[in-house]
Design a binder for this molecule. Structure first.
Ligand code: PMP
Length: 427
């Protein structure tokens, strides 16, 4: 391609570039981004948009942040990438040390990989290998809840909502066990009856279950549902009672999004295995980690085969680790908890104005997450153009119009996003 007009770029893109969850023959329009700074995306035609998505919940410090840029630039002068088999490097060691320090107590053994879905695959492999090494290879199924989402790869798909976006693969993915989705809302009074379904499954199937996997407190891509930390706490207790591992998928919730550094803290629990990703690099690069307890790691390593059989080419990429170290230090150095609480309060107040609209089923906010849930599914095609015209960037799905803005967003920018959400809800 020698001519780079916007039209030509877009025409090539439409013809040859597959986008997420999109058709290749009749894709929705895509908008070319030229640059970004702070919470603003600049399109190639000069249009500026306030970003309400943090690029799928990852860019917590906004875009083009000088501290994060510098971390990558400095690392680039040393080494961009090197294999992790037989070699190691300071950025990975520093990042592992930070993760061990800030994640719930007991999580000590860090396995780096490239994306959230792969981190979930690794967590599941760890759980299965744990029982294999313990002489119980029959414990190899997963238990989870409906309305969950854990990624797009095969084992991750098997623990996503069976009626969700991966339905068509139902025949080829392993059949897992599903309890009903948690029903008690975040602040609602806990009803012990709610745990009975989960306990029954554990009672009947614990001998074949390797682990329970949950997105603690927030079911994200399955519908932006906030639920009671007490549910997480009770499931964690049951996992001990029935001798199955507990995997916390904190890929969406990690690094402050729900108002705690990790959502497990709200339930006062430490899982056996935790997955983190998305915001780990402040949204700069693809990186994730699966962190296990000493007990899980020791058992896997003591097995007949000893080694944990996983090792991606770009494991612990030094550029990604360096920017992750910078992003986590930046987060810890700012009053993030106060800011996220302020964002939550503003979202609650601002979105409450839309709760009585006839099209709206309900509104809610938790941490830096604000949701308008519609009665009917949103037509992405028609709302997308409208969103751009309103000068914001949002990406509704299903019945959900939501924002997960960068924590650096200012109040007046948040108000613009909420106003746009309200207008989209009006249709
Ligand atoms: N788990 C959760 C809870 C997620 O929200 C996501 C991504 N939306 C994933 C796993 C998969 O992460 P990735 O897209 O990086 O593969």
């Amino acid at each position: 391609m020698n001519n780079n007009s916007i039209e030509q770029l877009l025409s090539f893109d439409k013809e040859h570039v597959w986008h997420p969850y999109a058709s290749m023959t009749s894709p929705l329009p895509v908008y070319p981004v030229a640059s970004a700074r702070g919470v603003r995306l600049r399109l190639m035609d000069g249009t500026e948009l306030i970003d309400g998505t943090s690029s799928w919940w990852s860019a917590i410090h906004g875009y083009n942040h000088p501290v994060l840029n510098r971390a990558i630039q400095n690392q680039l002068n040393n080494i961009a990438h090197v294999m992790f088999g037989g070699l190691t490097h300071k950025p990975a060691i520093e990042l592992a040390s930070l993760l061990v320090e800030i994640t719930p107590h007991g999580l000590e053994k860090v396995f780096f990989c490239d994306s959230g879905s792969v981190a979930v695959e690794i967590a599941i492999k760890m759980a299965i290998q744990y029982w294999y090494a313990s002489g119980k290879p029959e414990k190899n199924r997963l238990l989870t809840v409906k309305s969950g989402y854990h990624g797009d790869t095969f084992m991750a798909m098997s623990v996503c909502d069976p009626e969700g976006l991966h339905q068509m693969f139902g025949r080829v993915i392993p059949k897992q066990l599903f309890a009903n989705a948690p029903a008690t809302g975040y602040n609602e009074e806990w009803n012990e009856d709610e745990i009975k379904g989960m306990e029954q499954i554990l009672h009947d199937h614990h001998h074949e279950i390797a682990a329970i996997i949950l997105e603690p407190v927030l079911q994200g891509a399955g519908g932006m549902r906030f639920y009671s930390p007490q549910y997480v706490k009770r499931v964690h207790e049951l996992s001990s009672k029935y001798n199955v591992l507990f995997i916390a998928d904190e890929i969406a919730t990690g690094f402050g999004r729900t108002g705690s550094l990790f959502a497990c803290e709200k339930a006062g629990i430490s899982p056996d295995i935790m997955c983190v990703g998305k915001a780990i690099t402040g949204g700069y690069m693809s990186l994730a980690a699966t962190i296990a307890t000493k007990e899980v790691a020791k058992t896997i390593s003591s097995g007949k085969d000893g080694a944990f059989m996983h090792g991606p080419t770009f494991m612990a990429n030094p550029l990604a680790c360096a920017v992750a170290v910078a992003s986590i230090k930046l987060l810890l150095s700012m009053p993030w908890k106060r800011r996220v609480a302020e964002i939550e309060a503003r979202l609650k107040e601002g979105l409450s104005h839309y709760s009585d609209m006839p099209e709206v089923a309900g509104v809610r906010a938790l941490g830096a997450i604000g949701v308008i849930e519609m009665k009917e599914a949103v037509d992405l095609k028609s709302v997308q153009e409208k969103i751009i015209k309103l000068g914001v960037w949002l990406r509704p799905f299903g019945k959900v119009i939501y924002t997960m803005p960068p924590y650096i967003i200012q109040d007046h920018e948040l108000d613009i996003i909420m106003d746009a959400m309200g207008r989209l809800a009006k249709g």
